[in-house]
Design a protein around this ligand. Sequence first.
Ligand code: F6R
Ligand code: ZN
Length: 199
Amino acid sequence: MTHPIDRPFSFGLAASSPLLERYDNHLTRRLASMAGYYLDSEAYTAQLAQENSLVYEVYEIRRPEQAGELLSGLSILHPGKVGTEYFMTKGHFHAVLETGEIYHCLNGRGALVMETPEGEWAVEALHPGQVLYVPPRWAHRSVNTDPTEDLVTFFVYPGHAGHDYGTIEKFGFRKLLVEQDGQPILLDNPRWHPPETRR
Ligand code: F6R
Ligand code: ZN
């Protein structure tokens, strides 16, 4: 007999609550889980001492993590900053590097910061209705540049992709998004080194 999970299914998607009609897992990332990610470590420590803020949440529709499957869900990145650097996701390469991802922005304003293992970089704007294609091999991080709105994106990626957080945790992305005179600007990340000089 066919298991019900192997039957086609559908679900509603909306930028406002209830965001997903059905989901299997709700993941939360608070400031405390992001030690070392923000450039201004003093601002990070001071802010964490005030409040362990909720930075982002992910609602996942679980499927077997294997080739042929598609994993999807909703990412909600709350507005905020650490120092002048906007709230962001940790960011990652896929463990199976040759796997891409689609992001569809439903609400808010921000960007996806991306780079390859060779150090090529790209920053693409996210706003409602925008669909962003992340090619295989490109690490990706969402950044919320709106002062008040959640950045809400629906994502889909291959079941066997997996996640590799280590490189980004250690070196960050090549480009940072910070606020200057009320506007987002791109800065070179001083912690970043060309891949050939890393050890
Ligand atoms: C999955 C993917 C997104 C992110 C989510 C949280 O491959 O790219 O679902 O996982 O936006 O970001 P991270 O995983 O970087 O904490
Ligand atoms: Zn991904």
